[in-house]
Design a protein around this ligand. Structure first.
Ligand code: 5GP
Length: 184
């Protein structure tokens, strides 16, 4: 069985860019595709970024125990299906979960061997500027996401590693180091 890696980080911290670059350089690693009830953003693809499902479908999935972890974030549900993890691990793939910290904590409890990495901004002010500059969302959504930042920062204390994203290249290298050190 391969190891599971969880990468978390507040909205706008650049984790998407870092993970994309990591995966390009390390094609052996696969990114888990989550299910969500949030609306598809422009440019996103079903089955690639997320599986976009209704609130009812998600709640049925919770009741049926289909999710290994799930959380409510900014008014929407997000979760990882057990089958996604089982399929990847049975194929011998190294799987990366890009999920928020409540989910990360659930994974660590269930699978203590998993490695939790938190991507932190160089400063809260810098992050706020980046978040406000993201024009794909309305003001209320941005404010909601900003209010999650403090909570996520608090939960990051339980993470195995914290990587500060002051420079994409350095952050990607640090993640490569962490992952290769813990590879099995
Ligand atoms: P976004 O809406 O920006 O794509 O994601 C919002 C947050 O949900 C991000 O912090 C992202 O990492 C997290 N997220 C995405 N998929 C999952 C998941 O399956 N489970 C949990 N717990 N969080 C997720």
């Amino acid at each position: 069985m391969k190891r599971l890696y969880v990468i978390s980080g507040s909205s706008g911290v650049g984790k998407g860019t870092i993970i994309k670059e990591f995966l390009k350089r390390n094609p052996k690693y696969k990114l888990s595709v989550s299910s969500t009830t949030r609306k598809k953003r422009p440019g996103e693809k079903e089955g690639e970024n997320y599986y976009y499902i209704s609130k009812e479908e998600f709640e049925t999935g919770i009741t049926n125990g289909e999710f290994i972890e799930w959380a409510e974030f900014s008014g929407n549900y997000y979760g990882t299906r057990k089958s996604t993890i089982e399929d990847a691990l049975s194929r011998g793939e190294n799987l990366i979960l890009e999920i928020e910290t409540q989910g990360g904590q659930q994974i660590k409890k269930l699978l203590p061997d998993s490695v939790l990495i938190f991507i932190a901004p160089p400063s809260f002010e810098e992050l706020k500027k980046r978040l406000e500059g993201r024009k794909t969302e309305d003001e209320a959504t941005i404010q909601k996401r900003l209010s999650q930042v403090e909570r996520e920062k608090e939960s990051s204390k339980e993470y195995d590693y914290i990587v500060v994203n002051d420079e994409i290249e350095k952050a990607v290298k640090r993640i490569e180091e962490i992952i290769s050190q813990s590879a099995i």
